[in-house]
Design a protein. Structure first.
Length: 130
């Protein structure tokens, strides 16, 4: 159940191909080997209204949150998080070079007792693999 949500400032529209960005995150998540393929979701939400630091024009941000289910130890989560953040950070190097920009990534663990899911994508991928 790895769900990535990216929020980003609208002034990045000319600097970032957001479809390529979500694909970078998806591929990096797959490459960690710790997430079920059928559970990976990456979405991006453009923020039209925002205020950053001292309010000067041109400052931008991209904030990513990963929500995942319980069951992975800290070392595993940290290694996966570093791999994903490194891939995203490298992808965004041109943004850092062209503007003043803030990138952040946080991982949150869902409590299984208060998290409900229904998914038949796993079945599809399993049947295709056979």
């Amino acid at each position: 159940m790895p769900h990535f949500t990216i929020e980003y400032s609208s002034n990045l529209d000319g600097l970032i191909d957001m479809q390529a960005t979500v694909e970078v995150v998806r591929k990096a998540a797959v490459e960690t080997g710790i997430f079920p393929l059928g559970g990976i979701r990456v979405r991006a939400v453009r923020c039209e209204h925002y205020a950053i630091a001292d309010g000067r024009p041109g400052l931008g941000f991209l904030d990513m949150v990963l929500r995942l289910g319980e069951g992975r130890d800290l070392a595993t989560r940290q290694a996966a998080g570093e791999k994903i953040f490194d891939a995203l950070s490298r992808h965004l190097d041109p943004v850092f070079a062209a503007s003043k920009f803030a990138l952040s990534f946080d991982m949150q663990i869902n409590d299984k007792d208060t998290s409900w899911k229904r998914n038949n994508i796993h079945d599809l991928l399993s049947s295709e693999a056979k």
